[in-house]
Design a protein around this ligand. Sequence first.
Ligand code: FAD
Ligand code: NAP
Length: 321
Amino acid sequence: MTNIVSTRMLILGSGPAGMSAAIYAARAGLAPVVVQGIQPGGQLTTTTDVENYPGFRSVIQGPWLMEEMQAQAEHVGTKVVWDHISSVDLSRRPFVLRGDGGTEYHADTLVIATGAQAKWLNLPSEEHMKGRGASACATCDGFFYRGKKVAVIGGGNTAVEEAIYMTNHSQDVTLIHRRDSLRAEKILQDRLFANPHIKIIWDSEVAEFVAGGEPEALIGLDIKNRLTGEVSRIPVEGAFVAIGHKPATELFAEQLKLDSDGYIEVEIGTTRTSIPGVFACGDVMDKIYRQAVTAAGTGCMAALDAERYLAAQEFEALAAE
Ligand code: FAD
Ligand code: NAP
């Protein structure tokens, strides 16, 4: 028999957006259910130091912050479920969602906080080297490359932070960026340029991940200069791809309005999507700011928008009696 979970508010995702929505919804008495997904706690669990989340004078750890958010959400009445949603039907009321384990979720309102996932370069040699030297998370895998030469690919905050972080493990870190200037915040750039263990290869892209040895592992990267076309090889044993993220919206592609980059479109100034009763918050609808604090802020907005939607529905039902 199918296990059915019915709720007034189902929240997909357990990052800062989902957990903040849960805290507000639970405190409004909506007894929300959060489906955690395959990355409980979201992207911040892949990082170490968080220095810009308000309220903490000293440096805090990403995984710790997410544990605290979950504990707070549960404390005020949220049910957190370890499941991953694999199908969604937004044409039915209540909305019907199905988890990997076969559980069916029936929800009066849905808050989508599925965030974003790391992008890869999509080279065949990269696919082959995943787990053999190619990684999308220096803070997760950096430890395995202690004392080895490593490279980080990208020019945003993540790439710069990961390059700096890797100098905890290696004295030979190379940042490879496709342009001649970085996208990262100035304070991070300043730290990068001041770090004697990091060198930068500008205007260049990875042409191939080079494998060798027995058992087979990464031994180098072929780097192509985009201005001259020249290809040169650098010896590295770890390569961290940090070129941004892709919103997790495949599930909704045929049902909700998405923008040209796949982010969920919301009405300006709200978290309302193209379907009444469905709300989106955090990185899944925000390609500009993409911060823990903005994700938390829009999570709060989604809970309040959903609460008002439910109140209006109830008012209409009463008026119709
Ligand atoms: P996410 O954190 O991406 O969470 C998405 C959630 O959705 C996950 O729990 C996932 O399991 C779940 N999910 C996805 N699909 C499904 C599904 N089908 N069913 C159920 N659940 C699903 N920001 C800062 O402000 N400060 C920092 O110092 C900082 N450092 C960062 C370091 C790194 C390495 C990275 C990658 C990001 C960093 N950020 C930082 C950005 C910050 O982590 C994100 O902006 C924030 O986590 C977005 O929160 P979110 O809740 O929208 O999504
Ligand atoms: P991002 O800001 O989108 O930067 C991606 C970088 O990768 C860019 O420099 C981009 O180059 C490069 N790139 C993209 N596709 C590429 C490709 N195919 N080949 C080579 N290079 C490619 O992504 P992010 O750095 O992951 O940051 C995501 C969000 O999280 C941002 O909003 C960021 O501010 C936030 N974040 C914040 C912190 C913090 O506050 N401490 C830390 C980490 C992340 P171009 O510059 O040429 O486009």
